[in-house]
Ligand binder design. Structure first.
Ligand code: ATP
Length: 178
């Protein structure tokens, strides 16, 4: 999968629409500032899985304020996605551990909400495999934001890729002709 690429805007909008449908009791602020045609260097299902993990958590660990913000933007080199909630937040000591496998902040509280403590460790590994970063900022009692950064495919890389493909195609033709 590692050399797969994904057009990010349609995926981002699809994930947003899915969650809007599933959580009609929430306000979901949506800010899409992704340049049309932006392509990220990640397999589509992997990016979708990471977004689902972060959004699931945002809904699961929201308190009375049923509001989430989902935003994304691109510059010339990277895509940044932020998933923000205004819920329980995570204490400093726990923030260090939430990406560890099976770590859950408050065992009793979390058990009620279901889960194994695996989601975030999977999300982080997936993003790092594709040379991206996944970071968190949180304030107890006010909420949490997770930020993903992923490298964009540059136009020149695309051009090189298709040049190489064209070359190997013409090589193949020549060998077939022999
Ligand atoms: P699952 O394996 O189903 O994802 P989980 O939600 O417990 O279960 P992780 O997604 O790895 O597992 O999260 C680890 C812990 O980090 C959670 O148990 C929760 O305590 C804390 N956490 C994760 N996201 C948030 C959030 N948005 N706000 C507050 N706490 C969070």
């Amino acid at each position: 999968y590692l050399d797969q690429t994904t057009e990010v805007k349609p995926l981002f909008i699809q994930v947003y629409n899915d969650f809007k449908m599933l959580h009609d009791d929430f306000v979901i602020n949506f800010d899409d500032d992704i340049r049309d045609g932006s392509i990220v260097k990640i397999y589509r299902n992997h990016l979708e899985q990471v977004l689902v993990i972060l959004l699931d958590n945002a809904f699961k660990y929201s308190a009375d304020r049923k509001e989430i913000s989902l935003s994304a933007s691109t510059n010339s080199e990277v895509l940044e996605i932020a998933v923000q909630d205004y819920g329980l937040g995570i204490a400093k000591n726990d923030v260090k551990r939430i990406f560890n496998r099976f770590y859950r902040v408050d065992k009793a509280r979390s058990r009620k909400r279901g889960g194994n403590g695996l989601g975030l460790s999977i999300a982080k590994r997936l993003i790092e495999i594709y040379h991206g970063t996944l970071e968190v900022e949180s304030v107890v009692g006010s909420g949490t934001v997770f930020r993903i950064e992923l490298p964009l495919l540059q136009d020149t890389e695309e051009a090189n890729d298709s040049e190489e493909k064209a070359k190997s195609r013409s090589k193949k033709k020549k060998t077939e002709a022999k």
